[in-house]
Ligand binder design. Sequence first.
Ligand SMILES: Cc1ncc(C[n+]2csc(CCOP(=O)(O)OP(=O)(O)O)c2C)c(N)n1
Ligand SMILES: [Mg+2]
Length: 889
Amino acid sequence: MSTKAEIPVETDFSAEVQEWIEAFDEVIVGEGPEQGATLLDALRKRARQAGVNPPGELTTPYINTIPKHEEEPYPGDQALERRVESLIRWNAMAMVHGQNKKDPGIGGHISTYSSLATLLEVGFNHFFHATYGDQPGDFIYFQGHASPGVYARAYLEGRFDDQRLANFRHELRDTPGLSSYPHPWLMPDFWRFPTVSMGIGPLNAIYQARFMRYLEHRNLIEKTPRKVWAFVGDGETDEVDTLGALSVASREKLDNLIFVVNCNLQRLDGPVRGNKRIIDELEGIFRGAGWNVIKVIWGSDWDKLFERDHTGLLLKRMEEAVDGEFQAYKAKDGAYLRREFFGKYPELLELVSDYTDEQLIKLHRGGHDRTKIFNAYKRAIEHTGGPTVILAKTVKGYGLGSTQARNASHQEKKLSDDAIASFVHTFNIPVPDELAKQGKPWKPTPDSPEIKYIQEHRAKLGGYMPRRDVPELKFKAPALDYFKEWTGGSKGRAVSTTMGFVSVLRHLLKDPEIGKLIVPIVPDEGRTFGLESAIRQVGIYASEGQKYKPHDVDMMLYYREEQDGQILEEGITEAGSMASFTAAGTAYSNYRVPMIPFYMYYSMFGFQRVGDMIWAFADSRGKGFLMGGTAGRTTMLGEGLQHQDGHSHVLASTVPTCLSYDPAYVYELAAIVQDGIRRMYQENEQVFYYITMYNEDYAMPEMPEGVQEGIVHGIYKLKAAPKGKATAQLFGSGPILNEALKAQEILAEKYGVQADVWSVTSYNELRRDALAVERWNRLHPAEPEKTPYILSALNGSKGPIIAASDYMKSVPDQLAPWLLNRLVSLGTDGFGRSDNREHLRSHFEVNAESIVAATLSRLSRDGKFDTAKAQKAIAELGINPEKGDPAKA
Ligand SMILES: Cc1ncc(C[n+]2csc(CCOP(=O)(O)OP(=O)(O)O)c2C)c(N)n1
Ligand SMILES: [Mg+2]
């Protein structure tokens, strides 16, 4: 047992507190630490009873965080706002309902918005700024499935007419449609942030808030009270993406970030936490991660009951009930609630004895109570030093009669006539009878009090939301000449394309015009790519600067963190890095500053790991460069199966706006980057780039004359057959181009076969061009045929084509339909292995010997080379024809 003397004494307590401490010490010393713990536990419970939330506890009682006596009165006209909200509810429902009547199966959702309506409306009327002076306003990430409500508000505001609503999920008609969910690609004047893939919205919102700070700290935008609001489903919090970056927000003290979790207790199939309470769980998680948590659980009409209850039983009963029960209370009637909830304790039954069943069922949840929501939002925007989450308890399918709080609510698209009648009655909708019966959208005239009210409130907040605009940018991209150090070759020095890229990047960072716009992003791979010099040059962004003296401070390339640092060193999070890339790549619209992000990462951990984030980036009309480092299944040596990427180019080809390149030489890479900046920022094309870069060192040649066009289109002839006319064509990409060049020599010297060598920088782009040309030809049979770029480039070159790369065979195979000669693809299908490049290339059959063997074998089958000689050559080249297939190994 410890003695009093052993307990270290805190001296800075007040005398009064000191007495308490001494008393506590006595207990520990006299009765042992267990008794100390019991005492603490008792005190904590006592504190709770007295309404004191002991600091350090992760969950608090199941009541509103803001007590009634601290509430401010609601600043708006509640009755009028309720009417407006009812009209929006009506129109959202009528739009989805009508569309499904017209076109069964077209889908749409009514239950998500019905739970979210008040949470959004309080924001639209009192909080969401479209602008701050001449600066852009707040950013709102809407729950994707609540889109019908957002459209219905825009309809009341006069932004959409009846025809536009009639085109909900009818996007392919002559007039503009309304996309199913928030998609900036489909509605570029309206939506800013795609959110419907669960988890992507909240993750992007966190990094958006941080990127806003980054731009402020770097003096690229003005500091404003601008907020990022993310409306998140409670079911959506199951996604690791939703909760995985919470600590970023608290660490970075993002008080410009507000999450509102719509806790309607349900997801698609059923309850989110039937056997527990999701609000408690989320409170613990967010609080533990350092967020300011505001719970909005009960509506104002419960306040009276809490005041009446002197037994503490009401709270006790609430904390006994689980979400499955809370859901059932709203799916059933007042009698059920009385029996099952209040009925457990006679004192509680007594508490509501003067309430009718009708009154009981109308007891509101906090997320449907304007005053509670207003106060929570107000606290959230006033909170400083960190992010806030509002956990708002709501009812899924609120007010939708027999659809309310049912497990099947989420899928509900159409209401019965009875349900419509009850809807009109519940919300007291002033819609004319005829339209009500037909379930048709309706709005009052522009001079009605409802419309005037919302117009005035929006005008006060700077205009309509959501809205996306793109300012005209006068951007002048550097010409190719600007990169002459890199197009000039490495003068015999062996370097990698990665090293080449980093020096191109450093050059860009120094540029007096566009240098400040460059955003290098890296997930803890800076050293892998040799970024140390850039770290020294522009520093790593650290919102609080560098509070410590780095151990390597006396070295030239020390680890430099700065409040205005330019590099985003994200730590080990490809998803987070992608979110930063998204914030930076859309800054041209969101902040009116054309930031140019270069996100460098292990190519293996890109498209296949965060592919959905990349898809959302494309939907967002993002611009920038994804730089897939340590690329190639055989060039990335040693690391084995999980690191060696031989397929990211296949995946890149699936994203419509992604232009992907696999350059072999630094001059190719420089030409692609130059063209990319021009196309994206000067010509304002809606594309982005994926460029693979490798870590194999070799001498980089000087850029030959006249190849710039070929590089950006995807192919050019690098080296014609050494002696006379070629009878075979060798395609190479990335470092495997060097193997093709070696093969060209072996073929000529040992086997007397002449071959041309082509550098293919992008099969994906060549295929897209060929598909577009083919489509045009197909649709214009009477016109002279156009020729795809690949065929004009080849210009009648003779002989089979042997295409080798460090990527899967399906990459070159994409061109097969258009090539006039037989294509033989060599590639890295199959799982990687840990070994050196020589063994890897031999294993995957992409080395020079395999290219030679493939060429001779093809020529012999075409009757252009002796078959016995071809067989013998395979042995001479050291290839075992009976070895296992690497694609299956
Ligand atoms: C990544 C992903 N997985 C699955 C879905 C399909 N889905 C759409 S809504 C939904 C349930 C949403 O529940 P919740 O987040 O609680 O939102 P609520 O509609 O209840 O407000 C699911 C599973 C999706 N959109 N995205
Ligand atoms: Mg839900």
